[in-house]
Write a protein that binds this ligand. Structure first.
Ligand code: NDP
Length: 479
């Protein structure tokens, strides 16, 4: 099936008629083509967005909210269709797409459709000077949203919804590897009555289409989620044009397990935080540190549970681990398993490709647990972004804190303990944008979301996102 760009409310082929193959990761087949849009396609999207901006930015909050809530409702109504498309495009188990990805895309629109009606700005009375200051929060204009392939519609809408709610017009590009649900969103927006040109979706490679968006001098803000190297490139490109940037980048998150935790809950959640979505979630706890006294017990129980995970076709209800997103990504992850072995790591389970009858060319890999003896090895320092975790023991709180922080990343951390004072100490000192204690991936959309160090700049979520997508202007009136 061929997909098209969504520009000015209509569907269009790419101007230069350049197309890219779209692969089904479950069997390695090409099942469609997507536009590889050029500068002119992006320019057309920009023209549409620019002309839609004066009206959209003046639309009442009630009306914007009504349209966003309608989009949310339509996503919910089309859950099965969207989840099927997401699973085929990405390789993730359909059960996951139905339970997490698509419901969350719907919540993103619902959340920001409601949030905008509660968004307020400050005023400051300058006492003794007979003056009052108030802050206007004005939409920026035309903004760019660029998202990755791991949680396609989930992360795409996480950017688009607040951008639109705040009154901006948007040019958005999903990952070229997973464009399908973004394509389907165009129809949904039309059905919900989103005015033409307010949202424009252009497809293509990062290096052509994405590059055209970040280089465009009049796209004034870029919200990007993806790899750290791409984030650095975007920052370099955007800086001389003084674009506003939100960068959500890679992670290498520690999962720190103390002996006093609720063991069974920790064990079950740790299987999930290691391998959900084939380990392709930026928040997965890929470095597991376990207190020495329970290390051997944990190692045995964890490996036993991981071996029970069923690698299978994404459409099967019994599948826990689906296909990795692409052939190059599969090769990258496999290469890291070789690096681990060469560095002296011990593969405790997994490590091999899986062949599934009838889908022999699919990109399947066993969930892999590697025991390492030093936190400084490459597999403990570099983001693998697949079904691979490392485990190692620690003796003291100070030691594990040091190891947790000794990476370039700082996205999230998970802590398992029932000691309140330790929780407070560790949470204060862990270098991460998000710390989960005795849970993982529990999200309240009002909270600030993002990372520190090489994991990003800025925060998404709640009013943080609405602040990012607006320009504050101070007005000072003397009376
Ligand atoms: P990439 O950085 O490769 O790509 C992300 C997006 O940027 C894609 O749409 C890509 O296009 C586009 N892109 C690539 N080059 C450019 C460019 N020069 N200009 C503009 N856009 C460009 O990341 P992946 O898609 O491989 O995603 C995985 C990464 O995302 C991991 O590092 C992961 O940790 C991170 N991530 C971070 C999250 C967070 O919240 N911090 C959440 C989820 C993932 P295309 O792919 O079509 O070429």
């Amino acid at each position: 099936m061929n997909i098209q760009n969504y520009i000015n409310g209509g569907f269009h082929n790419p101007i230069q008629n350049n197309w890219i193959d779209n692969y089904d990761p479950s069997n390695g087949d090409v099942y469609g083509q997507i536009p590889n849009s050029c500068k002119e396609d992006v320019e057309n999207a920009y023209i549409a967005a620019k002309s839609a901006f004066p009206n959209w930015s003046q639309t009442t909050l009630e009306e914007r909210s009504r349209i966003l809530l309608k989009i949310s409702e339509l996503i919910e109504t089309k859950l099965d269709k969207l989840a099927t498309a997401e699973s085929q495009d990405n390789g993730k188990p359909i059960s996951l797409a139905k339970a997490i990805d698509i419901p969350r895309a719907s919540s993103n629109f619902r959340f920001f459709g409601n949030a905008i009606t509660q968004f307020a700005s400050e005023s400051h009375e300058s006492i003794g000077l007979n003056a009052i200051n108030y802050t206007l929060r004005q939409p920026i204009g035309v903004v760019g949203c660029i998202s990755p392939w791991n949680l396609p519609l989930y992360l795409f809408t996480w950017k688009i919804a607040p951008a639109l709610a705040a009154g901006n017009c948007v040019i958005a590009k999903p990952s070229e590897v997973t464009p399908m649900t973004a394509y389907m969103l165009g129809d949904i927006c039309n059905e919900a009555g989103l005015p033409k040109g307010v949202l424009n979706i252009v497809h293509g490679l990062g290096t052509t289409t994405g590059q055209a968006i970040i280089e465009h001098p009049d796209i004034k803000a870029i919200s990007f989620t993806g790899g750290t190297a791409t984030g650095a490139h975007i920052a370099k490109t955007a800086a001389p044009m003084f674009k506003k940037l939100s960068l959500e980048l890679g992670g290498k998150n520690p999962n720190i397990i103390f002996a006093d935790c609720d063991y069974n809950e920790m064990l079950n959640t740790t299987v999930r935080s290691s391998f959900a979505n084939q380990g392709q979630i930026c928040l997965c706890g890929s470095r597991i540190f376990v207190e020495q006294s329970i290390y051997e017990t944990f190692k045995k129980d964890f490996v036993e549970k991981v071996k029970q995970l069923h690698v299978g076709h994404p459409s099967e209800s019994t599948t826990n681990i689906g296909a990795l997103v692409s052939k190059p990504h599969l090769e990258k992850v496999k290469n890291y398993i070789d690096i681990a072995k060469a560095e002296g790591g011990t593969v405790l389970c997994g490590g091999n490709e899986v062949t599934i009858e009838g889908y022999e060319n699919g990109y399947y890999l066993e969930p892999t647990v590697i025991e390492v003896s030093t936190d400084e090895c490459r597999v403990n320092q570099e983001e693998i972004f697949g079904p691979v975790v490392t485990i190692m023991p620690f003796k003291t709180e100070d030691e594990v804190l040091q190891m947790a922080n000794k990476v370039q990343y700082g996205l999230s951390a998970t802590l398992w303990t029932n000691d309140l004072k330790r929780t407070m100490r560790m949470s204060n000192h862990i270098q991460a944008g998000i710390v989960w204690v005795n849970t993982w991936l529990m999200r309240d959309l009002r909270t600030p979301f993002g990372g520190m160090k090489a994991s990003g700049v800025g925060r998404e979520g709640g009013f943080e996102a609405l602040r990012f997508f607006t320009e504050p202007k101070n007005v000072c009136i003397k009376y």
